[in-house]
Ligand binder design. Structure first.
Ligand code: COA
Length: 326
């Protein structure tokens, strides 16, 4: 049986750190409120000169280096993003050019915060079917450019960054055992960026109405996320016939510490088996899971043979999981 295996991970976050204390000066909030309700202490903000493809480029270079591959070895590039450089061409095509990955087809994938795991699902299917051999999957976001810095309920949450993995086929037991993707468009209005598309193309009016900023019904989103992610984690392990006690590491989407703690509790998983970097980066949407995965690898939190569970939840609504035998 052929499955996809991760042979390199990489990540990149911009240098600029924005602390809760600095946000206190912009809106009526406090460091203690943000830490208590979300677990976030600071986040990274892209430089004015950096777009999503620039962040993706740095993460991809790092993943290629670790996989000991050249860009021309890639035959497919998938970039998961909701804050791409421009409506078209795709950020994936812009990244392909920057990398010089001339043998790769390239496209973007939009599934908000679940985008990276959606990307793994697609890439894994392509590899299993034999259609592609070396696939780069990137999650890259510059959310700070779509954040309403006057809205205290959202501006505290988001940050910028990118994470990447490279996949290739294997006949071994190690690799991506299963991926699962789900959507519910009926709950689209819980979290959205309504302006800029064909629904509300950019105009003076859409700008005045702040339609080019992220809108979120935080509390409702929170409740759906907790319920959905708890079930998703249990279900993914059950589908792989894996007892939660055998799980070595849970790498969740870093949206809210309380959501993550609820999932861990439901699985009976101690928090030292959960990877957290939300305190440093906040919610980086599609970039969150691959950045966390790369940091977990760098910190030696994952060893050969470990079972690692990835899961995410986001706008759409979308949610997704992947079980990996490292
Ligand atoms: N600082 C201080 N007070 C704030 C605040 C802030 N940054 N943001 C909101 N509040 C206030 C609200 O105005 C409200 O005040 P009120 O009771 O006087 O009306 C109060 O805090 C409670 O608001 P609520 O929205 O119920 O808070 P919460 O406990 O749900 O926390 C979030 C808000 C956004 C942190 C939380 O809902 C959340 O994380 N939601 C999910 C986010 C998520 O996962 N999104 C993306 C999916 S990828």
């Amino acid at each position: 049986m052929i499955r996809a295996r991760i042979i390199g991970t990489g990540s990149y976050v911009p240098d600029r750190v924005l602390t809760n204390r600095e946000i206190e000066k912009k809106v009526d909030t406090s460091d203690s409120w943000i830490v208590e309700r979300t677990g976030i202490k600071e986040r990274r903000i892209a430089a004015d000169t950096q777009a999503a493809s620039d962040l993706a480029y740095e993460a991809a270079l790092s993943a290629l280096k670790k996989a000991r591959l050249k860009a021309k070895d890639l035959d497919l590039i998938i970039v998961a993003t909701v804050t791409g450089d421009m409506p078209f061409p795709s950020t994936a095509c812009l990244l392909q050019a920057k990398l010089g990955a001339k043998n790769a087809a390239a496209f973007d994938l939009g599934a908000a915060c679940s985008g990276f795991i959606y990307g793994l699902h697609v890439a894994s299917g392509m590899i299993r079917s034999g259609m592609h051999q070396r696939v780069l999957v990137v999650g890259a976001e510059v959310l700070s450019r779509f954040t309403d810095w006057q809205d205290r309920s959202t501006c505290i949450l988001f940050g910028d960054g990118a994470g990447a993995v490279i996949l290739e086929p294997t006949r071994e037991k190690h690799g991506i055992w299963s991926t699962h993707i789900y959507s519910d468009g009926n709950l689209a209005d819980l979290i959205m960026l309504p302006g800029g598309g064909s629904h509300a193309a950019c105009s003076r009016e859409t700008i005045l109405k702040k339609l080019h900023h992220i809108k979120m019904k935080g509390n409702e989103t929170f409740r759906v996320a907790v319920r959905t992610l708890e079930e998703l984690a249990e279900d993914t392990l059950a589908k792989n016939d894996l007892d939660p006690a055998k799980l070595s590491l849970l790498i969740p989407h870093q949206a809210n510490l309380r959501i993550i703690q609820a999932t861990a509790k439901r699985l009976g998983l101690p928090m030292d088996k959960v990877f957290l970097n939300i305190q440093k980066y906040g919610n980086t949407s599609a970039a969150s899971v691959p950045i966390a995965l790369d940091e977990a690898v760098a910190e030696d939190r994952i060893k050969g043979g470990d079972y690692v569970l990835l899961e995410a939840f986001g706008g759409g609504l979308t949610w997704a999981s992947a079980l990996i035998r490292w």
